[in-house]
Design a protein around this ligand. Sequence first.
Ligand code: PLP
Length: 320
Amino acid sequence: MSVQDQVTLKKVYEAAKRIKPYIAVTPLWHSPSLGGNVYLKMENLHEIGAFKIRGAANKMLSLTTADQQKGVTTFSTGNHGLAVASLAGELNIRAVICISNRVPDVKVNRLKRLGAEVVKVGESQNEAEKHADELRRRDGLTVIPPFDDQDVIAGQGTIGLELIEAMPDIETVVIPVSGGGLFSGISFVLKKYNPAIRVIGVSMEKSAVMYESIQAGKIMTIPESDTYADSLLGGIGENNRYTFQMVQDYIDDFILLTEEDIASGMAFMLNEHQCAVEGAAAITVGTILRNKIDPGNSKAACIISGRNVDTSVILKVCKQ
Ligand SMILES: *Cc1c(COP(=O)(O)O)cnc(C)c1O
């Protein structure tokens, strides 16, 4: 790959500067019940409720004015769509969000309130992706990819910059993995800073596409199934260019959790930190609660990636 085609530290620093006016400064919360030095990076506290605003903002703000004017489109299980819709609203440009029928209503309604056009197609993210590409050819909209794009990865990488700034001696970071943009961005920065930092990826046992693809050594497609971590559903793209390789290169340990493990993480976040978070976010604390990793006294951070969850789901896991 040529330099133009790679994520670089320079691109991550530029991203941080570019997106600053559009994102929240998210805190690191100490979580002593998880371990003496375990901290939570509260990416659920962005206005849209998830870190995806970082990558989407970096990509959209990098477009030419002419391309911004034509509008943008994306395919997404929800949070990336929210990010694109919200920024399009702020920049006053057209956004068409293509989603699968599996996306929960709470997310669809919010997209519409943000002013985006929503198109529901098929049962999986792949079908939504095809439709977005059709809009690109037909109407000249720019597709804002949810993860496999160097501007998006650089945007998510700004979390890595914030982590080392706040905890220069950080030793372990636990990151949820779906398409791998979040994992790639954060790991890229951390490993450049100090290759000894351990980066641990976590997905749900059901439909762990990145995990299965790494095991198989090639890109796999797996049918989607219902999970508390619905934001981690979706394929990694048949023509994946960046994240499949980056996750393979950087990951020190890849952990899969059951639905009960994920639910315990959600209940913990509510009981211990009074935060309703989604399964895709609580999955990181689930790894510690269910003894899949033991942070001991090491300096560790769990990425709490988002909070967009139906109230009914929160009530259910808290009754268990
Ligand atoms: C998208 C998302 C993830 C996973 O990010 P990838 O870059 O697709 O791996 C994790 N948590 C939440 C809340 C998300 O919206």
